[in-house]
Structure formats: structure tokens, C-alpha cells
Ligand binder design. Structure first.
Ligand code: P1T
Length: 380
């Protein structure tokens, strides 16, 4: 089945009781049983809910996976993956990633005896020297938030496959399944902040995991129901609705992204533009190999590269709303150093290239000319 058809139909069947074409919002906490343990597959809504079941089937299908699991946030989905591990286990993660993921690893899980190593994963070979018998997970994000670095998923997965105990999980939030399918490239788990492009309308917080291995699905399902970070049925309904237009939205995000990236590059007041669709981007060849387009996320600095000028720009846009998050139909602008990545220690951040003056754009699906006009007046 072609992608566009899959995004619209994945997981959804006419409702068995009424024929409703849209999966109803099963707003219920529990399900009546005919006798003890005699039920229709639904017992208690933390464990199963029909709206969530439809969404989880859709999640599996859009990432070419066998199984999908929905969580109450992207961070909750990441949390579930790390709970597969035990004290003493080691994780290799990319040094550039969403600040909240870094915070979860360093502030929550390190104190439970997990050891995290952070490497520049733009060269997969950097991983190998860190592998030992305790290494259980490689955590990759690509393109990375906010520097748009590219990790070669097939190369990282091939290294992991040499060691049977190592799982690879890829945070595919920025690329979305429209552009990239990590399971097809050898990853064991795909994670998304569905809050972003999958939901697509800035109206839910949600996360998900997709995988092919039934044993892994059982372990993650056990964690999902035991720790309880499940999304409510209304949010599942909204995510299901969002997925139906993912391909159409992404097409426009990619078109607008290219126009805006080129506009910024040509503006003499702009310094460096971080967008993986430029042929001089260090990860361009890998991006071209593993992605079907380059998306609408980018970061840049102004030539007058200081925090005050950046802040003035951030307060001057009118269409680009200054806010955390990304991937919605409306354009957003963000200051990673003080907003989404504030939990990463400054020295650590700067060492990896995330300066105080970096500006991140989530290019929406408005008219590109209007967006360029807005950037133009804000740059001045
Ligand atoms: O916000 P939540 O749904 O819990 O997802 C966390 C998350 C995980 N991975 C990536 C790549 C992300 O970008 C995020 C959330 N990011 C933002 C809120 C942001 O503005 O970058």
C-alpha cells in the first residue's frame, strides 16, 4: 500500500457497533465483564482502550512496524524505553538531542545506576570504542534537535548488530515517517514525540514507540500498563485524525522549509543556516540516502552574532510565534538556549555548537511568501 493511502486508512475500521467511519472516543475507564475474566479484550483503560488500539495499529503501520504503543508524551515514551534497562547498563547517546531527553537521562536515570555516554554520532565510528558488555542501548535522534545533525541509521544499526545485547532506538520526531523509516534501516525501536508532526495541530501532548519484535513489544507493553503513562482517548482520537493528513502537511512543510532555508542563506544579515537539505551540510549525503526530503525544521544565527540581537529578532516576528514545540501547521520560532535546551549545562551546550544566539524555526504550512516577509521585517 502506498504511503498516502496508509496514512489515511491505517488502523481505522468502521466502528463495529454503529459503522461510524471515524473511530469513536471511548471515554470510559473500565469495561463490564460477563463473568470474571470473560470480556471482549478490554478490561481497564490503562491497559487497553479501543480508541488507543486503533491509534496503536496506525502507529505501527505508518512506520512499517508490526507493533505500536502510545504514551502520554514523547518523554514518557523515552522513559519506557529506558525502563527496559537495569542498574549497571550503559547507553550511548548522541551529544546533540532534545534537551528534555538529556534531562531525563542525566537527572532521572543516572541516579538509578544507568551510565550514559554522549558522542558525536555524525560519524557512526565514534560509537565503537564506547561499546562494552554492559552496553544495552544506542539512542539516536536524526535530524537532531536543534542543530539538524544527521546520524546514519543503517551504519549505527550495523554496529549494534555485531553485539546481540544492544538495541537501537531512533527518535524520528523531526523526520516523521513521511521522510524516514528507521525500522527499515535496521533500528529496533522508533520513538516519536507525536505532539509534533504526527498530531500536527499543536493541540496534544503524546508519544509513541513502534517496533517489529513481539518480545520487545511485550516488554514495552508491560512497562506501559505498569507505569501508566497512557494517553486519554480524546488525545488518541486527535492523533488518529492528525495522521490522516501527515503526507499532505509534510509535503508543504518540505516545500516551505526549502524556500525559507534558501531565503535565510541568501540574506546578508544571516550568519550560519543549519538545514540538512543544503548540499554543503556535513550530513547531506546520508540525509539524501535515508530520507525522502529534508523537512521544515532549521536553525540559524544572525551575522551580528550576539544574544541581544537574537532576542530582538525573537520578539519581532509576527507570524512565527515564539513558543516551545514544533511540527504544527503554524510556524514557530524558538530560542533553544533559554527554552527547549535550557536544561543542558551551558558549557556542554556550547561545546556541541548550540550557542546562546542560535534561533530555531519550525516552518509551518502557511504561504511561504508571507513567512519570508515576516522574517525579513524581523531581521530588519
Ligand atoms: O514534549 P514531548 O511530547 O514529551 O516530547 C519530547 C521530545 C522528544 N524528542 C524530540 C526530538 C523532541 O523535539 C521533543 C520535544 N521537543 C520540544 C518540545 C521542542 O520544542 O523541541
Amino acid at each position: 500500500m502506498k504511503q498516502a493511502t496508509k496514512f489515511i486508512h491505517a488502523g481505522v475500521e468502521p466502528d463495529p457497533s454503529t459503522g461510524a467511519i471515524m473511530t469513536p472516543i471511548y471515554q470510559t475507564s473500565t469495561f463490564v465483564q460477563e463473568g470474571p475474566a470473560q470480556h471482549k479484550g478490554y478490561e481497564y483503560a490503562r491497559s487497553q482502550n479501543p480508541t488507543r488500539t486503533a491509534l496503536e495499529k496506525a502507529y505501527a503501520a505508518i512506520e512499517n512496524g508490526k507493533f505500536g504503543l502510545a504514551f502520554s508524551s514523547g518523554v514518557a515514551a523515552t522513559d519506557a524505553v529506558i525502563k527496559l534497562l537495569q542498574p549497571g547498563d550503559e547507553i550511548i547517546a548522541a551529544s546533540d538531542m532534545y534537551g528534555g531527553t538529556y534531562r531525563l537521562f542525566t537527572k532521572i536515570f543516572e541516579k538509578f545506576g544507568l551510565k550514559f555516554h554522549y558522542v558525536d554520532m555524525q560519524d557512526a565510528k565514534n560509537i565503537e570504542p564506547l561499546i562494552n558488555s554492559n552496553t544495552k542501548l544506542i539512542w539516536a535522534e536524526t535530524p537532531t534537535n536543534p542543530l539538524m545533525n544527521i546520524v546514519d541509521i543503517a551504519a549505527v544499526s550495523a554496529i549494534a548488530k555485531k553485539h546481540s545485547q544492544i538495541l537501537v532506538c531512533v527518535d524520528n520526531t523531526f523526520a516523521t515517517p513521511y521522510l524516514q523509516n528507521p525500522l527499515d534501516l535496521g533500528a529496533d525501536i522508533v520513538m516519536h514525540s507525536a505532539t509534533k508532526y504526527l498530531g500536527g495541530h499543536s493541540d496534544i501532548i503524546q508519544g509513541c514507540l513502534m517496533m517489529n519484535d513481539a518480545g520487545l513489544r511485550e516488554k514495552l507493553y508491560f512497562i506501559q500498563k505498569s507505569t501508566g503513562a497512557v494517553p486519554g482517548p480524546m488525545d488518541c482520537f486527535l492523533a488518529l485524525r492528525g495522521i490522516k493528513t501527515l503526507h499532505v502537511r509534510m509535503q508543504r512543510h518540505c516545500e516551505n522549509g526549502e524556500k525559507i532555508a534558501n531565503y535565510l542563506k541568501s540574506n546578508t544579515k544571516v550568519g550560519r543556516v543549519y538545514w540538512c537539505g543544503f548540499s554543503d551540510h556535513p550530513g547531506y549525503e546520508t540525509a539524501k540516502k535515508q530520507m525522502r526530503g529534508f523537512g521544515g525544521m532549521m536553525s540559524f544565527t544572525l551575522k551580528d552574532d550576539n544574544v541581544e540581537t537574537a532576542k530582538k529578532f525573537l520578539s519581532s516576528t509576527k507570524l512565527f510565534a515564539l513558543a516551545e514545540s514544533l511540527g504544527g501547521v503554524e510556524s514557530l520560532v524558538n530560542h533553544p538556549a533559554s527554552m527547549t535546551h535550557a536544561s543542558i549545562p551551558r558549557e556542554e551546550r556550547i561545546k556541541n555548537g548550540l550557542t546562546d544566539s542560535l534561533i530555531r524555526l519550525s516552518v509551518g504550512i502557511e504561504d511561504a511568501d508571507d513567512l519570508i516577509e515576516d522574517l525579513q521585517q524581523a531581521i530588519g
